[in-house]
Design a protein around this ligand. Sequence first.
Ligand SMILES: [Zn+2]
Length: 204
Amino acid sequence: MTECLLCDVELLTKPSWKTLLALDDEMVLCRECLSEFKLSNQQIENPTLKKVTSLYEYNDAMRDYLHQYKFLQDIALAKVFKYELHNVLKSKTNIIPIPMHPNRKVKRTFSHVEELLKCARISYSDVLEKKDDETMGKKSKIERLALAPLFRLKPEVVIKNESYMLIDDIYTTGTTLRHAAALLIEAGAREVEAVTLIRARLND
Ligand SMILES: [Zn+2]
């Protein structure tokens, strides 16, 4: 018997046209838990990023999901939004996940953004790497964000005069995505869009 990954209730798996076509190969959450996630239709535009599309609002259910997925490292939860991510990204090319800080990668066993894309069967290139914070000396975090590019391109990476799509789990202030987009544009990208799983409200 399979259980919901968030509340452990037993999942009743009924054969449907989806299972027959192997589209719905596995249910991972119960209906109750799924119904707690609130769809977002928010799109933001600014000069660097042509468009940012977020799939869900940040709410209690999403906070619990992120906690279990990112901090308790429950990798099975990468599957929860695979259809939604697949649908929004399937026709896109040049997909680039926002990387984790190298130090965090040691503690965490997987890259949470890349894992979301793998489960959604979306191919991507991890061309960005985060810069080491230490090179910025003793400046405050805000000063560092304002001053320095957070990312650099990995060696040998060639950015074409094409459209690029950045992926991150959550959009809060947009600083991370704007930095990455500016870097890609400087390197020759024609335009940069982004998709995030979640849109956070600043006053939360
Ligand atoms: Zn549940």
